[in-house]
Design a binder for this molecule. Sequence first.
Ligand SMILES: Nc1ccn([C@@H]2O[C@H](COP(=O)(O)OP(=O)(O)OP(=O)(O)O)[C@@H](O)[C@H]2O)c(=O)n1
Ligand SMILES: C[C@](O)(CO)[C@H](O)COP(=O)(O)O
Length: 255
Amino acid sequence: MTTFPIGLEPRCFALVPAAGVGSRSGADRPKQYVPLAGRAMIAHTLAALAGVPRIEATLVVLSDEDDQFDTAVPGFEGDRGWVARCGGATRAETVANGLQVLRERGVQPHDWVLVHDAARCLIRPEWIERLIEACDPDEVGGLLALPVADTLKDGCSDAGANASANANANANAASARVAGTVDRRGKWAAQTPQMFRWGLLAPALAQGVDGITDEASAVEALGHRPLLVEASMENFKVTYPADFALAERLLRSRS
Ligand SMILES: Nc1ccn([C@@H]2O[C@H](COP(=O)(O)OP(=O)(O)OP(=O)(O)O)[C@@H](O)[C@H]2O)c(=O)n1
Ligand SMILES: C[C@](O)(CO)[C@H](O)COP(=O)(O)O
């Protein structure tokens, strides 16, 4: 286990990967810029992070081709709002690049970094504060997550299924069949923020980011066991076309 200096109060920073294109969303623009309840999705995400006093600054990592952020979140850049245009080909690369920018801006290895998806725009400041409170005394760090409530199925391609079943299949049904039922006991669905010290997360991601879909996986690969901090199902990631209407309804119900 890497040890960090005792007596030095770690600071908290947020890193928001926002360099994705939203290929599953069906939107006419990168999904973080789709308007929801009066402002762009990412503006809701950043407002929630700004509502957490313990977070000293938030770094948004954009694609170098991005020409929508300044209009979507006017006035964001300042002492507590930083922007870098160094997004990578994958979310993990975007996060790894953003961590280097944080270091250049003075973030120390023992400081905490909370990585939060731009696409989780329903996050609330109090859930972030709960994560910070749980992780701050911990050696490793952790993430918001939700115990799985549904029965979990392992899916396989429909291609080899028998002909009569195929003949009756609804044309709109997903093209998959059950290969088995997975024991859901002890299973959690990972959300963000995911909170780790810079000095643990940066080397973890530098080990190789192939196939890694969250920060915790990289830290787990080093043999650590991040904390699972129970969150809300409202903190879902806007991913598919139907998710926008649900996010909009929830955001409007809050105002
Ligand atoms: N190369 C990438 C890919 C994703 N992200 C960000 O990672 C978060 C979660 O990723 P996801 O929901 O998969 O977003 P997209 O990659 O945009 O969506 P899709 O996978 O449907 O293309 C988003 O805030 C997205 O902008 C990123 O910064 N850099
Ligand atoms: C980080 C994450 O949101 C945790 O659930 C998720 O892994 C991102 O996955 P994606 O495929 O990049 O959307």
